[in-house]
Design a protein around this ligand. Sequence first.
Ligand code: ATP
Ligand code: MG
Length: 352
Amino acid sequence: MGLLVGDGIGHEIVPATRGVVDTAVAAAGEAPIDWVTLPIGLDAIAEHGTPIPDVTLDALAGLDGWVLGPHDSAAYPEEFRGLLTPGGTIRKRFDLFANVRPAQAFSGVRAVVPDMDLVIVRENTEGFYADRNMHTGSGEFMPTPDVALAVAVFTRRACERIAQTACDLAARRRGRVTVVHKANVLTLTTGLFRDVCVEVAEGFPGVRVDTEHVDAMAAHLVRRGGDFDVVVTENMFGDILSDLAGELSGSLGTAPSLNASHTQAMAQAAHGAAPDIAGRNRANPTALMLSAAMLLDWLAARQGRDGLARAAGRIRRAIEQTLAAGVATADLGGLASTAEFTETVGARILRR
Ligand code: ATP
Ligand code: MG
C-alpha cells in the first residue's frame, strides 16, 4: 500500500494512521501491510524539484491503493502555484472518478444534525470543473478582457459509472439514492446527469431513487439531513454539498474521503494541511484514519480479503468508542494530543 506523507499536519496524521492500520490488520489476523513510502509535496520539491515527481506517479501506477496526506500548495515556490495540486494530478492521472465522502455524526462530537449518516458520491472528473477533462488545459477562457466563459462537460459514460458506484453503495447500505441536479436551469447538462442516474438506478431492484434540485438539497441537509442515505451528484455540486454535510455532521477533523476508479483507490482526509497547527501534536487524525478504513474496505471487496474488512471495522469502532468516551483533540474541544488520541484508538482496537 502506498503512503504519501504530504505537508503540514501530514507529518503527524499520516504516521498515526499507518500505526493504527498496522494494529488493526494484525488484530484481524491479516498479513502485515507492505507500505511503500513515496515522496510528495515540500519534501519532494527539496529532493526532486517538483511536488509530484515521476518516481511517485510511476510507483502508484503499480499499486491498488494508497493513503495521501494533505498538501499545502500555498507554501510551494512561485513556479508551482496555479498548477494542478499534487492530489489533483494523481486523481486525474489515475482517473479516480468517484469521490466518496461520508458525513456521519459521532456520539461525543457536537453536530448540527446529530442523526446524519449519509454518503455523498461526487463525480470527480467533469461537470463544471471541466479543465480536468480537457487536454487543452483550462475549461475557462476569456474571449475579451471583459468576458469570462466556462465550459461544463457531461458525458453519458461518466454519469453511468458514477451512478453505478452510488447504487452499488446504496445496495450495501439503506437502499436509497438521491440524485442531485439543477435541471430546471441547466437542462441539458445536469438534466443528462439526472436522467442517466435514474436509468441506472432502475437496474437495481433493491434501490429506491429520488431526485432533488441542488438548492433545495442544501436546505434539506440542514433541516432533515438524517433522512438521506446515498447522495449522487456532479463535481461542483458535490464539492459544495460535501463540505456542508461534513460540517453539519461534525467537523473537518472527522470527515474522511475515498477517491476511486474501478482498479485503484486513494484515501484522503477532506481537510487541508492545517499549517497553523502543524508540528504541535494537536492535529486530529480521525478523518485520515477513517479514510484509511474506507480504503481497507474497498480493498477487501476487490480482493475478497475479509480480514481487511474486519480491520476496517475495528478502526471505526475504536474511533467511535474513543470519541464517545470524551477523548478528543482540541479542534473538537478536547484535551488530547494527536499522540494521546492515537494511543487510545490503538488500545481500543486491541481490546476487542
Ligand atoms: P486546503 O486549501 O488545503 O483545503 P484550507 O484552507 O481549507 O486548506 P485546512 O488546512 O483544511 O484549510 O484548515 C482549516 C482550519 O481547520 C485550520 O484552522 C486548521 O487548523 C483546522 N483543521 C483542519 N484539519 C484539521 C485537523 N485534522 N485537526 C485539527 N484541526 C484541523
Ligand atoms: Mg479546504
